[in-house]
Design a binder for this molecule. Sequence first.
Ligand code: GRF
Length: 190
Amino acid sequence: MLSGRGSNFVAIYEAIQRGDLNAEICCVISNVPDAAGLARAAEFGLTAISLPSRGIERAEYDRSLVKTLRAFDPALVCLAGFMRILSPEILKEFPGRILNIHPALLPAFPGLHAQKQALQYGVKLAGCTVHIADEGVDTGPILLQRAIEVLEGDTEETLSARILEQEHQTYWRAIGLMLARVNAAEGACK
Ligand code: GRF
């Protein structure tokens, strides 16, 4: 699920195309109808669903998300720049199976403008985190992180660009780890 540019989604899609990630994207959902990422999904021939959230109360919106997602029975739900806090409606439908990526070394710098927060604090290491989503903002068990050095003269733009490169290497690996866990758990239940 995404709300914007969709570069993380594209990186996941490309990892699948290359054969690095054994997975299938059953649908791409955006709460922002004109999100660039949604247009890319349609170009790739994927099921691209626009589910506008503007003016809709959170729980009600999340119920419609759940209804939409249920039809696809996804093993995982991946938030890739999905700019919304999740309500219990959706979290309880996919317990421990919703992933998020954040451009900081959580638990440091959650929320918006994480890279700017990191620069302003003066940290020497920055990076990205893939974690299991919960009701908080960028909280929940961490799956993978990648760190990079903050360089002398880095701006929000230069730091964000280097972190983004790492995001693109990290998310599909975390999805691979989680799919292995989900499949092992399902195997154990049979
Ligand atoms: C990424 O920096 C991600 O970590 C954050 O939102 C941004 C989304 O970028 N959650 P993109 O839409 O995947 O290019």
